[in-house]
Design a protein around this ligand. Structure first.
Ligand code: PLP
Length: 411
């Protein structure tokens, strides 16, 4: 007889995107003449930059030659890409990261999910609420949560850090000791950021309590304000306590291509039960070599091309396109007298649902009266209730049309 991993039974069904899809399908079936605009799911719409496409063509041709063929590559990623990341994403910002502190992967979802492998089950986990659900669910799967309290919508043993308009979307330091802290800035779903001073508090907390910060900066490329940190390593002391996740998905349109990376400085240490220090870099390297055979050569060549002069120009064009959509959404909401947050340093706008309605009530109004689809905030955690996410990843035409409808009808 085989026994299952019963932690999986603690997982709550994620009804969010399937419920959205069902509601939209029902509405379009009943109203085939209506054009529904989707500003819900966080997938991109701009094609992959030309520089990346050219690099992939070249790499594919290379693979068809005796001299250029590549079999299994290094599990941690090719040196050419690790070098490009070190130079562009870190050195240019005055951050000293070594190539062997970078691990290339097939995306940040896998990395933020898989990282739990190298942490003891006994660690106390803190997440912001609302949150990108992967951090929570992967800790539930690996047994770090207790039972789910369906009345409150939270798990025992998980420390929830509310981020709402009441605290200006700045999570407060926990009152009890936590060991693993997930922070994501620019934030999905709220679209808000933290200043260097705010992040310094977390680094200082982590140093004092020997905790680890798991910092997801998948959206750093969307930062438009100069004083907003792009990397946790811009913060003094972070190289001793933080692991950083990055992705080419939103930056360069790789959601379908798949490439990301994780940075684990060798100075980031954890402890054995008898107090011996062990580097997480070594553990992650071991895990990677055992469970992963490396991201595809062709994809890594595409990622390298992101850092070329042409690549940088082309990704900036796409990012500017999305951020112009964000501006259109923000201005539309202002005209409609709806309070919103984010959308300045992130491709997400987080609006406060008017008239005390719930997130799902607002979803239904938007779908039925304006034929616009967004994401109910409550789907990201209990403190997301009363909020609603619109993404700037749609086409320009659809974004303008959606905001015209919202302004015309009012909410
Ligand atoms: N981290 C955050 C905060 C995200 O919002 C997403 C995707 O939406 C990811 C990670 C996943 O990125 P990837 O496509 O690299 O797996």
């Amino acid at each position: 007889m085989s026994f299952i991993n019963e932690n999986f039974l603690e997982l709550q069904e994620s009804y969010l995107f399937s419920t959205i899809a069902k509601k939209v399908a029902k509405y379009t079936e009943e109203n085939p003449d209506k054009k529904v605009i989707k500003l819900g799911i966080g997938d991109v719409t701009r094609p992959i930059p030309k520089a990346c496409i050219e690099a992939m063509h070249k790499a594919a041709d290379e693979m068809g030659t005796l001299e250029g063929f590549k079999g299994y590559g290094p599990e941690q990623g090719y040196d050419f890409l690790r070098k490009a990341i070190v130079n562009h994403d870190y050195k240019l910002r005055g951050i000293d990261i070594a190539e062997d502190e970078i691990f290339i992967s097939d995306g940040a979802k896998c990395d933020t999910g898989n990282i739990v492998d190298i942490f003891a089950k006994e660690n106390v986990v803190a997440i912001t609420d609302p949150v990108y659900p992967v951090y929570l669910d992967t800790n539930v799967m690996s047994g770090r949560s207790g039972k789910f309290n369906s009345k409150e919508g939270i798990y025992e043993n998980i420390v929830y850090l509310p981020v709402t308009s009441e605290n200006d979307f700045k999570p407060e330091l926990p009152t009890q000791k936590v060991d693993m802290i997930y922070l994501c800035f620019p934030n999905n779903p709220t679209g808000t950021v933290l200043s260097k001073e705010e992040l310094q508090k977390w680094v200082d907390y982590a140093k004092k309590n020997k905790s680890i910060i798991l910092y997801d900066s998948a959206y750093e490329a969307f930062i438009t304000q100069d004083d907003v940190p792009h990397s946790i390593y811009e913060i003094e002391g972070a190289k001793d306590v933080a692991i950083e996740f990055r992705s080419f998905s939103k930056t360069a349109g790789f959601t379908g291509l798949r490439c990301g990376y994780v940075v684990i400085p060798k100075s980031v240490k954890g402890y054995t039960k008898d107090g011996k220090e062990v580097g997480y870099n070594k553990l992650w390297n071991r895990r990677t070599c055992t469970k992963f055979n490396g991201a595809s050569y062709i994809v890594q060549k595409a990622a390298e091309a992101v850092y070329s002069e042409e690549g940088q120009k082309q990704i900036k064009e796409n990012i500017n396109y999305y951020m112009e959509n964000a501006r259109i959404i923000r201005e539309g909401l202002e005209e409609a007298n709806i309070k919103y947050y984010g959308g300045i340093n992130a491709p997400y706008v987080w609006l406060k649902v008017p008239d005390g309605k719930t997130s799902w009530e607002f979803f239904d109004i938007l779908l039925q009266d304006m034929n616009v689809v967004g994401t109910p905030g409550s789907g990201f955690g209990p403190h997301g209730e009363g909020y609603f996410r619109l993404t700037a990843f749609g086409t320009r035409e659809n974004t303008i049309e959606a905001m015209e409808r919202i302004k015309r009808k009012g909410c």
